[in-house]
Each structure stands twice: as structure tokens, then as C-alpha cells.
Design a protein around this ligand. Structure first.
Ligand code: SF4
Ligand code: SF4
Length: 296
């Protein structure tokens, strides 16, 4: 099962939940991988403290013009959706940081005047900690191409029983890159007006992607009941509630995982996993029934 932990905004406790779930399940003898896909600001390693065993660069292919062949026609600039090319007075300028490596300029160039050259945008590091295989990506400073590094993290994963992905916050391209092939998404929120607003956006995203999901509420005893009422109206299961326990904040500030600092929380994460697998199983059965009924 590939479980993505996501949230409509940062600072909701995604990483806390990802790290604690991974360690809880590994402690139960499962083969677990934790993939930190928040490549602009990865922080799972602060809590897992993995021993890094290998590292590899992530490269993307970007165009390079063959000046002797180019006629300066400007077609490449016209077809570039990302404004990464300008042709000025017959000379081609390529803005490498804006290039999304789509290949359109090379494809449409009538003179075949492009080469593709690799450009490093980040690195992938792999290691182990407490029985969990750990992989994270680090986007180079100033780079915009986080989806390429996120794909690198996911490609480095193998066929473990369970892969837990800590997604970037928000609902934009990097989040889609992280969650799009997940079997299930856990949306983490807080019971505040901001939390509800961002949860609604995140729910819209996963519904569009047609991925089954549930909600976790962090600091569940602060704020108001609006998130719970919203979930009730929308038929969304809440599978985890973590109280506003000062001891959790203290453990976090020391870089400790909750289940090590406060072992009584292990049961909370085990129950959360049981609920997620139950919902996932029910979703698969429902899909199978639709398939059988419609013959598709
Ligand atoms: S499309 Fe090809 S020939 Fe035309 S300006 Fe671009 S690189 Fe030069
Ligand atoms: S590869 Fe795509 S994004 Fe990059 S310069 Fe060419 S058309 Fe633009």
C-alpha cells in the first residue's frame, strides 16, 4: 500500500504523522519505506535520523541550441508554454531555470537545431533507520523543478509492503506529483478556519485525482468543530485525532518521534493504520462491485 500524507497548508503535522506511522508499522514487523517528497524542505530525517548509505544526483534534460543550424525563425519561443525561450534579433536565449523539459522546442524546430543536455536539479539520498528504509530528495537552492526530484524519490522506492510518502504542502504541481499514484491519501488538518479552508482545497484535489482518502486532525482539542462538521456533511472519515499535548510539542522541539518519547501514542497510530487499511479495502471492494455490475 502506498499511503501519501498531505495537507492543504504547511505546519499541520504531516511529518510527525508520517514518521510515527512508519516507525509504528516497522515495529510491528512490516516492511516499510518512508519517502520524504517535500523536497524543498525535507525534514523527516530530523526525526528518523537515518544512516545515509547512498546518494545520487537528479538531472533533467534541457535544450541547447546549435547556433550554426538555427535560422532564428522563433518557432521554439512560440511553442514553449513556460516562456523559457526568447528569440531576440534571431538569437535564441534559453532560461534554464524555467525549462520544464517538455521537449516541445526540439520537436517543433524545423531545422533540428536543438541538442538536449543534462542539468542537475537536486539529489536523492537513501538510508535506514529503526527498520524503516528511508529516501528523501533535496532540491538544489534556487531550482523550481521540484516534480523532477519528487519523481526521483518515488523511482528509488522498491516494492515494500508499505510506502509512506510525506508530500509537500498545498495543492499545486509538486503535491500532485507526490500523491497522484498513491493508493490512499491521509489529509492532515487543524480545527481552525484556516485549517478548514485548506482542507476543502485538498479534498477537491484528491477527489479530482479519484484517490480514496481520510482526514487526520492535529491539535484536535483546540479551535472549533467546523472541520468535524464539514467531514460529517461530506461523508469523510476522520481516522486520527492528536490532542494538543504539550509533551508532543516538546518532543518535536527535541527532534524526537512521538512514539519514542510517549509510547502510549503507539496505539493511536496503530488504530489509525487499521482504519486506513479498512477504508482502502472497502474502496477496492466497492470498485470491484461496480466493475462486475457494469461489466467494465
Ligand atoms: S525553432 Fe529552431 S531554427 Fe527556429 S529559432 Fe528555434 S532553434 Fe532556431
Ligand atoms: S523543453 Fe519545453 S519548457 Fe524547455 S525550453 Fe523547450 S519548450 Fe520550453
Amino acid at each position: 500500500m502506498r499511503l501519501a500524507i498531505a495537507s492543504g497548508k504547511g505546519g499541520t503535522g504531516k511529518t510527525t504523522i508520517a514518521a510515527n506511522l512508519a516507525l509504528t508499522l516497522a515495529g510491528k514487523g512490516k516492511t516499510v519505506q518512508l519517502l520524504d517528497c517535500d523536497v524543498e524542505e525535507p525534514n523527516c530525517h530530523i526525526f528518523l535520523k537515518p544512516e545515509i548509505e547512498k546518494a545520487a544526483p537528479v538531472t533533467v534534460l534541457i535544450p541547447e541550441v546549435i547556433e550554426e543550424t538555427c535560422t532564428g525563425c522563433g518557432i521554439c519561443a512560440d511553442v514553449c508554454e513556460f516562456k523559457a525561450i526568447a528569440v531576440i534579433k534571431g538569437k535564441v536565449l534559453i532560461f534554464r531555470e524555467l525549462c520544464h523539459s517538455c521537449g516541445a522546442c526540439k520537436l517543433f524546430c524545423p531545422e533540428d537545431a536543438f541538442l538536449e543536455v543534462p542539468r542537475e536539479v537536486g539529489i536523492i539520498e537513501e538510508g535506514k533507520a529503526n527498520g524503516v528504509r528511508f529516501i528523501h530528495g533535496l532540491l538544489n537552492i534556487g531550482e523550481l523543478m521540484s516534480p523532477a526530484v519528487i519523481h526521483g524519490v518515488k523511482e528509488a522506492a522498491d516494492e515494500a509492503d508499505i510506502a509512506i510518502l510525506d508530500s509537500p504542502p498545498g495543492t499545486s504541481c509538486p503535491v500532485i506529483a507526490a500523491v497522484k499514484d498513491a493508493d490512499f491519501v491521509l489529509l492532515v488538518t487543524e480545527p481552525t478556519p484556516f485549517g478548514l479552508n485548506d482542507l476543502e482545497l485538498a479534498v477537491g484535489m484528491v477527489r479530482k485525482l479519484d484517490i480514496p482518502f481520510a482526514v487526520a486532525i492535529n491539535r484536535s482539542d483546540i479551535g472549533n468543530e467546523d472541520v468535524k462538521e464539514y467531514c460529517g456533511r461530506e461523508g469523510i472519515e476522520i481516522v486520527l485525532e492528536i490532542p494538543n499535548d504539550r509533551r508532543i510539542a516538546e518532543a518535536y522541539s527535541r527532534g524526537e518521534v512521538v512514539i519514542h518519547a510517549l509510547p502510549e501514542y503507539q496505539k493511536t497510530f496503530e488504530t489509525c493504520w487499521t482504519k486506513i487499511t479498512g477504508l482502502h479495502e472497502n474502496g477496492l471492494q466497492a470498485k470491484q462491485q461496480v466493475k462486475t455490475a457494469t461489466g467494465r
